[in-house]
Ligand binder design. Sequence first.
Ligand SMILES: Cc1cc2nc3c(=O)[nH]c(=O)nc-3n(C[C@H](O)[C@H](O)[C@H](O)COP(=O)(O)O)c2cc1C
Length: 224
Amino acid sequence: MNIIDAIKERHSVRHYTAQPIELEKIQRLKQLVIEYNEVSGLHIQLITNEPRSFGESLLARYGKFSGVTNYFAMIGKKSDFLDETIGYYGEKLVLESQMMGLNTCWVGLSYKKISSVLNIANDEKLVCLISVGYGATQGVDHKRKMPYKVSKTDVKSSPQWYKQGIGCALLAPTAINQQKFKFELKPGNKVSVKAGWGPYSKVDLGIVKYHFEIGAGIQNFTWE
Ligand SMILES: Cc1cc2nc3c(=O)[nH]c(=O)nc-3n(C[C@H](O)[C@H](O)[C@H](O)COP(=O)(O)O)c2cc1C
């Protein structure tokens, strides 16, 4: 599966089977976590065989999760850019997991923080989790906004790469499926994207920027 297929096939999955993730896949994911932490300065941790975060707490039941024993804890130094960086690198892990045949779900609220398994320094923050494992299903397609709703530039008359970028951004997961981002194509192939107001909208921003880069091709534009 290539990354575009992963973007198309990914859906949030909240129910997982008891099938353990193979050791090689765990090792590959741990290696990616090390790489991404190095380039981003984040402190992401892959927690395995830990069922308590999605145990019988009220929040977990509210979020309708089951069988979650593995997750990425998305941690980093507190800063104005933390949420966006978490979104960008977290979505890289989501799409890599999808390409390995695993399923995921970003989780901002419906989990319990188990401090004893996490390593969070005083100047760091746990922004959210991403569950990972073998889904009971592959999830379902959700309603998406139309391209004109998320772009100030007329998408129909825009270059092919911009259209493809918007197409991939529209398939990105966002908190409560809010899709509150706005792209604009500026002279000199510069692209800007702004987050709207809403819960986790800066995490969403990082996620959609990564999807846009994949769809548009980073050789075709620069971020403003
Ligand atoms: C930052 C973020 C936080 C999220 N938090 C939760 C959550 O707490 N509980 C939940 O069930 N889903 C959560 N989701 C999943 C979204 O509801 C889901 O991505 C959205 O409805 C679109 O569906 P899709 O991912 O299947 O495309 C979150 C997604 C994002 C990006």
